[in-house]
Design a protein around this ligand. Structure first.
Ligand code: NAD
Ligand code: ZN
Length: 247
């Protein structure tokens, strides 16, 4: 499971932490979805005219400029090597897909898609940036928003179920660049642990998860994953032994 720290080396800031957007701009109100629901057209007009909060403007510009870094490519290499079954990302940046990862659940959605709040129909925007509010859904007539899950918005049921199914299958979960504090996504890590999966944390800093992890790697996502992929590329090894040796 990856969080915002996974994409720091691609130039996308996190929310929390030392250089996080909230640390610099302050934490925004946590009722974004309620406000969107109250006035969807007004919300879209703010987006189009770049009148969003300053931290959202900074995040949007970083998302547009970002490219996958060696850590994203390492995840794809680990998948190709059969060492990684699935990635659940909390990120909305689409960098895992850009790096060629196949088995991916974007639990907080993807910024380059639209989603209907009624029937859940998703539509890819590619590089297109909407210049006016989208039409209501052609299927059911309900409101269309970015696929990105807003504060206060429930995670779409199909996505949550898919993520839970992967956690139920997991024998080992690696938490990469996540403060493990955004619920309900972070709760999946505790569920994995309670079901007997080994937990590995890759994060330069301590998190709420650290105390229950079996292995902790204090390194950036790019550094740690690049080395891990290198190990799998050069020899057939036991995951746990080699990560512990690298610590
Ligand atoms: P967070 O901001 O709460 O925590 C980020 C974590 O990354 C911290 O624990 C920090 O120590 C760690 N970190 C910082 N630099 C790192 C690096 N180079 N390598 C590895 N780890 C590093 O992030 P979160 O827990 O993912 O929660 C914030 C939510 O905001 C996410 O769920 C996501 O939906 C959204 N978000 C997404 C993006 C993105 O798409 N790239 C960016 C910002 C926020
Ligand atoms: Zn619909």
């Amino acid at each position: 499971m990856t969080g915002a720290g996974m994409s720091v080396e691609s130039g996308i800031p996190t929310f929390r932490g030392k250089d996080g957007l909230w640390t610099r701009y302050g934490q925004p109100p946590m009722d974004g979805f309620k406000r969107f629901r109250a006035d969807p057209v007004g919300w879209w007009q703010k987006q189009v005219n770049r009148q969003m909060d300053a931290h959202m403007v900074e995040l949007r510009d970083a998302l547009i400029a970002a490219e996958p870094h060696p850590g994203h490519h390492a995840l794809t290499a680990l998948e190709e090597a059969g060492a990684l079954n699935h990635v659940i990302t909390q990120n909305i940046d689409g960098l895992d897909l850009k790096a060629g990862l196949q088995n991916l659940i974007e639990i907080h959605g993807n910024r380059s898609r639209l989603r209907c709040l009624g029937c859940g129909e998703r539509e890819s925007l590619g590089d297109f940036v909407p210049v006016e509010p989208p039409e209501p859904c052609a299927e059911c007539g309900d409101t269309v928003k970015f696929d990105t899950v807003m504060f206060g918005e429930p995670i779409p049921e199909d996505t949550m179920q898919a993520a839970r199914a992967q956690i139920d299958l997991a024998t080992c979960v690696v938490a990469i660049g996540t403060s493990a504090s955004v619920r309900p996504a972070s709760g999946l890590l505790w569920i994995a642990k309670s079901q007997g999966a080994k937990l590995i944390e890759i994060n330069p800093f301590e998190t709420k998860l650290t105390s229950i992890c079996d292995v902790v790697v204090r390194a950036t996502a790019g550094e740690a994953l690049d080395q891990l992929a290198e190990i799998f590329a050069t020899s057939a090894v036991q995951v746990s032994g080699d990560i512990a040796a690298n610590e």
